[in-house]
Design a protein around this ligand. Structure first.
Ligand SMILES: *Cc1c(COP(=O)(O)O)cnc(C)c1O
Length: 355
């Protein structure tokens, strides 16, 4: 079965085999070597300076890393502005509410791009705002939000930026040179690891001002202990094995730029193949990530019919979220997939639509 849902992904044989390595106690040096390698490789993907940045690992899905970042990095006297144009932006607002972090939301329709003028006006109107949170790739619709433009607003207003890069880290450009203080992501999306290991890439300066609102997801404690070759709790050792192997493979294959090219080529195969069958992409390629694209459901076919027909042919596609489920379906090109797989996928669509 090939997974075309936005994570977990189809594993390469190399990563799958890494799960079969020897059993490890998480309090032995062998585990800390693994942890050190994962942390070093994670900040190396975007060429970050280890004296300025660090990678904080935790056990959980991508949401654990997001929760750790939001709960830990908005200071006690801080206030968060959340840019929302999909399910994941809503999730950040729910996390802020959960921890009673003062926040304000610049809401958009799920089909809208972030409105820079509205965001800037919201920043200007409220000098209490210290941090802005935004989703880089809003997986709800496949839209790649304009992170550099939002970063420039933050720079002009003296606000720090926290980004959800869960479905872009490792495959889309991220410029860490502006006001980004931290990004949260996970092993099992563009990095091609297994679910269970998540991480925050964070400025050491921001960690110095971190607050402890959560016990298990306390980012400062994870950072401190990991710097001392330690760990507060039992990590998912196997997920860490797979993450390290996936990071080695990511580098061997040419880093984030090569992964970007590979996804872009696969996504274009799908887009042109579906266009020939009369199925339209939701966005032009320039507004979309290379990681996942949303398509309009063709007339006369339900999502369930498409899903079940493709599943019988070995492919898992993904529904639209919430109100979009009757209008859209989504295809991710993350994971160990090839152009030949995409050709077979298009052939599957053709058979189903011509019934
Ligand atoms: C997948 C995803 C998440 C996290 O989902 P989990 O199920 O917790 O791994 C968060 N944000 C975005 C943009 C995502 O695509």
């Amino acid at each position: 079965m090939l997974l075309l849902n936005p994570g977990p992904v189809t594993l390469s044989e190399r990563v799958r085999q890494s799960l079969l390595q020897t059993d490890l106690c998480h309090r032995e040096s062998e585990f800390f070597d693994l942890q050190d390698e994962a942390r070093a490789r994670l900040i190396d993907i975007y060429g970050l300076d280890p004296s300025v940045w660090t990678a904080v690992l935790m056990t959980g899905s991508g949401t654990a890393a997001l929760e750790s970042m939001i709960a830990g990095l908005v200071p006690a006297q801080g206030k968060l502005l959340i840019v929302q144009n999909g399910v994941y932006g809503e999730r950040i607002a729910q996390i802020a509410t959960q921890y009673q972090i003062p926040h304000t939301v610049v809401k958009h329709e799920w089909m809208e791009a972030p409105d820079l003028a509205r965001i800037d006006a919201a920043l200007a109107a409220d000098p209490a705002i210290t941090h802005l949170a935004v989703i880089h790739h809003e997986t709800t619709t496949g839209r790649l939000n304009d992170l550099p433009a939002i970063d420039r607003l933050c720079q002009a207003r003296g606000v720090r930026l926290l980004a959800d890069t869960v479905s872009s880290f490792g495959a889309e450009a991220i410029d860490f040179g502006g006001h980004i203080d931290a990004v949260a992501a996970t092993a099992n999306k563009c990095l091609h690891g297994v679910p269970g290991a998540a991480f925050v890439i964070v400025r050491r300066a921001a960690l110095a001002n971190a607050v402890s609102r959560t016990y298990y997801l306390d980012i400062a404690r994870y950072a401190r202990q990991q710097d001392q070759r330690n760990t507060p709790f039992t990590p998912s050792v196997h997920a860490f094995y797979a993450l390290v192997e996936a990071l080695r493979e990511h580098q061997d294959e040419g880093g984030w730029q090569a992964r970007h090219q590979r996804y872009a080529a696969l996504a274009e195969e799908v887009r042109t193949g579906l266009a020939a069958l009369g199925i339209e992409a939701l966005w032009p390629a320039a507004q979309s990530s290379v990681v996942l694209r949303a398509y309009k459901l063709p007339a006369g076919v339900t999502y369930e019919q498409l899903h079940d027909g493709l599943k019988a042919r070995g492919f898992i596609i993904y529904a639209g979220q919430g109100g979009l489920s009757s209008q859209l379906f989504r295809i991710s090109t993350m994971g160990a997939l090839t152009a030949a797989d995409m050709h077979r996928l298009i052939a599957g669509f053709r058979e189903l639509l011509h019934r």
